[in-house]
Design a protein around this ligand. Sequence first.
Ligand code: MN
Length: 289
Amino acid sequence: MKICRFDNSRLGVVQGDQVLDVTAALSVIPEQRWPIAQGDPLILNLRRVIAAAKKLLPKARRRPLAKVKLLSPVPNPGKIIGAPINYNDHIAESVKDPGIAHGRTNIQKGIGEWGLFLKANSSLVGFGEEIRLRWPDRRNDHEVELALVIGKRGSRIPREKALEHICAYAIGLDMTVRGPELQCFRKSIDTYSVLGPWLVTADEIADPNGLDLSIKVNGETRQNSNTKYLVYDVQRLVEFGSAMYTRHPGDIIMTGTPAGVSPVKPGDLLHAYVQGVGEADIRIASAYA
Ligand code: MN
């Protein structure tokens, strides 16, 4: 099932070029008192929400997908986790191009030594919004990635159980201003984390380590690869991070980007694709924020 959040936080099921409005299914999410539980309430209750949505589908109001504003399908993740240098061809281009690596000399040591980084939750938007670039004098790059959504709480998750902890997949854009600072700073600018265009539930993706992914800028292909080239594959990323911190329902993992990262400018149109998830456009706002 493809699940989206749209317009004024309505809940939708995507079928072809239509969105079926199943907002009433959100009523199964219990009211929470402060302090709220760790995790995104939609994802914490996803099974019940899906069961309720299925009952609503036959009579649901249909809207053309092109007419709705798609928001991040996970509104309140506990954390957004990024995987640095997780495709060998991206490592190679980072070594070659000082505009990417900014003097870092330990690129080749690999993700095992770098670990993972966190992006601020306040950076998260959906494909119906715009990316608002900052730093006109600096290089702002696109990074297209497969995004995982954690559905089940877990710490020290072993590789064999990793897929059980993933409830959904999406396209992730890990937008980045290049420079000498830590990733958590450079990749946390408002609108620099894009998730969507919707969630595809994990039952629709037999093997997340074999998905084509690509991005075009103004119609020109810049990145085009397959998740089979991940250095740390999907299961290893879940295992690796959960050795350090508990994974909570709604945590988002952006799995890393292949070669072809390149600068974007105000007004550019990005078109991102992940096999089995779908494809969508997102616009870079016409002026710097
Ligand atoms: Mn990235």
